[in-house]
Design a protein around this ligand. Structure first.
Ligand code: BT5
Length: 324
């Protein structure tokens, strides 16, 4: 049964919004037209909007915003990213699962996706709010052969991939706030958490966690987040398909990552700078060692933020919270 359903969804996905006749469908997936009709009814019950036009057949007008391995897999155009998908409805944190999968030696490009996290984490063990049915809570496992001190560059690379994907699918123009926030109209829509498994100077795996607010309404956020967080729905007024956004992010990430491995950080840095809002501004960086105030003059080749203080010293910041 699930086999037929998958074939049917695949046929619609290949048709790419064009009509498919009942006859064509029954031939492609190898079942009777009555069975086709039954499966179409099943899809409707799951929230698919299907248009039926006499003589033309059926087409999918709108898919439910449900994520599952299948939804992510169908139509995924990558070679490596997301070729293995671990999907679960509810987890504590996708980072935790990804860490243990990485220890087990899963292949590069494996992703962990959950519909909901009960203990989603930000940097320095802060909480990341990850309710069900609305966001993308995903961890990607990669195994680059790069020096440990260059891994922060991957956070910046991921931010570029996500901004490009949002720009490709929606009318929005997000900004990147160094190092790991993506902002729309001054509010945070995406957070990125990069964690490392390494020994001496050998990287075993890098686990890149991305939290993306997609379909939350303002009132869905707890009060303390309502003034600082936003979602793609809040900014555009309509809801978006999470699975499609994941596919687009994975494809963008894969191409930037391969550029990074062959040409280094330079081309990524240029792209990153074109989206950055924190550059050429006076800001305050709060680090674990103290506070640095000054003008952000750029990022250097390892991804660190360069701040020129009022006495003209250049401080290199590797990790901080930025106040603009
Ligand atoms: C981050 O930390 O921005 C990294 C967030 C990474 C989350 C992903 S989800 C998939 C994977 N699995 C995990 O467990 N984590 C990763 P940081 O820069 O420390 O920002 C955390 C701060 O953002 C919190 O202290 C809140 O102020 C705010 N915040 C929490 N939830 C938010 C949300 N859903 N949207 C916007 N801001 C939020």
């Amino acid at each position: 049964q699930t086999g037929l359903r998958t074939k049917l969804l695949k046929a619609f996905s290949t048709a790419d919004g064009e009509f498919l006749s009942g006859q064509k469908i029954s031939e492609t997936i190898g079942c009777s037209r009555t069975a086709v009709w039954k499966h179409i009814e099943e899809l409707r019950k799951e929230g698919y909007e299907l248009e039926a036009v006499r003589r033309l057949g059926y087409r999918i007008k709108k898919k439910p915003d449900k994520i599952s391995s299948n939804e992510i897999h169908l139509g995924l155009k990558t070679k490596m990213m997301g070729r293995t998908i671990h999907f679960e409805e509810t987890v504590t944190s996708t980072q935790k699962i990804a860490q243990s999968l990485a220890n087990d030696g899963v292949q590069e490009g494996t992703i962990v996706v959950a519909d909901q996290q009960t203990n989603g984490r930000g940097r320095m063990s802060r909480a990341w709010y990850s309710p069900s049915g609305t966001g993308i809570w995903m961890s990607m496992i990669i195994r680059p052969n790069i020096p440990v001190n260059t891994t922060p560059q991957l956070t910046l690379l991921t931010a570029v991939a996500i901004v490009q994907a949002i720009e490709e699918l929606t009318p929005l123009k997000p900004d990147i706030k160094w190092p790991n926030d993506i902002m729309i109209n001054g509010k945070k829509v995406v957070g990125i958490l990069t964690e490392l498994q390494a020994e001496a100077d050998q990287v075993h795996s890098v686990i890149i966690g991305t939290g993306i607010n997609v379909n939350q309404k303002t009132e869905d956020f707890p009060e303390d987040l309502q003034t600082i967080a936003t979602s793609i729905l809040i900014e555009t007024g309509t809801s978006w398909e999470r699975a499609q956004l994941i596919q687009t992010i994975l494809l963008r990430f894969e191409s930037l990552y391969s550029l990074f491995l062959s040409k280094g950080f330079k081309p990524i840095k240029l792209l990153w700078e074109s989206y950055a809002i924190s550059l050429n501004k006076i800001l305050i960086a709060r680090t674990l060692k103290g506070t640095v105030e000054g003008k952000a003059i750029g990022i250097d080749d390892d991804g660190a933020l360069l701040i020129e203080t009022c006495d003209k010293r250049i401080e290199k910041i590797y990790s901080a919270d930025i106040e603009l």
